[in-house]
Design a protein around this ligand. Sequence first.
Ligand SMILES: Cc1cc2nc3c(=O)[nH]c(=O)nc-3n(C[C@H](O)[C@H](O)[C@H](O)COP(=O)(O)OP(=O)(O)OC[C@H]3O[C@@H](n4cnc5c(N)ncnc54)[C@H](O)[C@@H]3O)c2cc1C
Length: 382
Amino acid sequence: MTTTPTPPQIVIVGAGIIGLSHAVAALDAGYRVTVLEQDARAVSASIRNFGHLGFGAHGGEHGVLADEARPLWLSIAERAGVAAHRTGTLVLARDAAEREALDEARTQERFANAAALDADRTAALLGRASASPELAGLLLPGDLTVDPRTAVATIAAWVNAHERGRVRFGTAVFAAEDGRVVTARGDVFADHVIVTAGHLIGRLYPEIAEDHGIGECALQMLRVRARAIDGPGAAVLTGTSMLRYSAFSGPAIERLRAHLTETRPELLAIQANIMLTRHTDGTILIGDTHAAHRSAPPFLSETWSQIVLAEITDVLGAGPLEVLERWQGVYAQSATHGIVTTHPRPGVTAVTVTTGIGMTLGPALGARTVGALTLSLPATHS
Ligand SMILES: Cc1cc2nc3c(=O)[nH]c(=O)nc-3n(C[C@H](O)[C@H](O)[C@H](O)COP(=O)(O)OP(=O)(O)OC[C@H]3O[C@@H](n4cnc5c(N)ncnc54)[C@H](O)[C@@H]3O)c2cc1C
């Protein structure tokens, strides 16, 4: 009688998008996978974001990862049943400095597929009844929008339903080393452990946080409804977004930075990235603001929320906005690193995205980490 060899067991700590991306990659590679999540369901950064899979706005190494991530995201979405809307992203210009920044972007290789839009087409994408002449846009056609509130839960359910996968919620991990994962529900065996704890990485491995300057970035967000705007549509980035996303660089971006510093200091003071995504239920996720902390306090500044609301009202040319919800999201942040991959103990890999684009890049990081594992798989899976 022949027995089927058992594939190695990968244990993943954290059921946010980074952990689940690793879980899907490990299942696809043929491993057995157990995901351990301390909360009853994922409630952290991965459900609090815009659901903007903004592949087109990242340059350099993040651009390479974004290009790797897009087909993987589409594959995961199709298999797991996540609605990934091919909305594209409208990068919006509302004045001369922003239009100049868009003109500069259009000359760059990263934006070869982007379409320049005149005022009428820009207004139409925004859902505005009429165009004003100062409007212009650049449409990044490859970007996707997902509902962050359901996406990770849907992927977790797919992993759990897989014959080699399972997800255990309500299972806090206290330590992992050399094949032994110590949890609140007893020890779990692993051939390899992948820790994807987001901004909580320092609780398990303080030295990773200290060595890489990882702290917390707290963001303020709102969900709103606007009269006459209904259903999914292009995500919208603005001038403040161009200052933050790495695909945008050059003299016109530096002039835009100086212009906004002079004319809109209140936006730069709260490190605003004025942007939005539109969703099937007709609501719009809007934000955001950024503040660095070692441990983020829970309090939302109403002044900051009002600044975001006023800007989005201007972007949409529609008001008043009906505010449905306000919340704070927290992600891991480092001034010196964008992604931190370390091996803190034998048999353990820790992956922490320390910039606000983990929802976009997750599947590419999962594929890279799993691809670098040197465990032996049974012949049918290798
Ligand atoms: C407001 C906001 C807006 C954003 N917008 C976007 C966007 O539109 N597009 C984009 O690409 N990115 C966006 N981001 C960034 C993105 O959300 C994050 O980079 C990404 O969600 C990080 O995923 P993660 O899995 O590392 O972290 P998390 O989602 O925080 O998941 C980590 C999980 O690990 C669990 N965990 C931690 N420690 C343990 C332990 N010891 N035992 C068991 N479980 C543990 C936690 O409970 C948590 O569920 C945004 C972030 C925020 C906060």
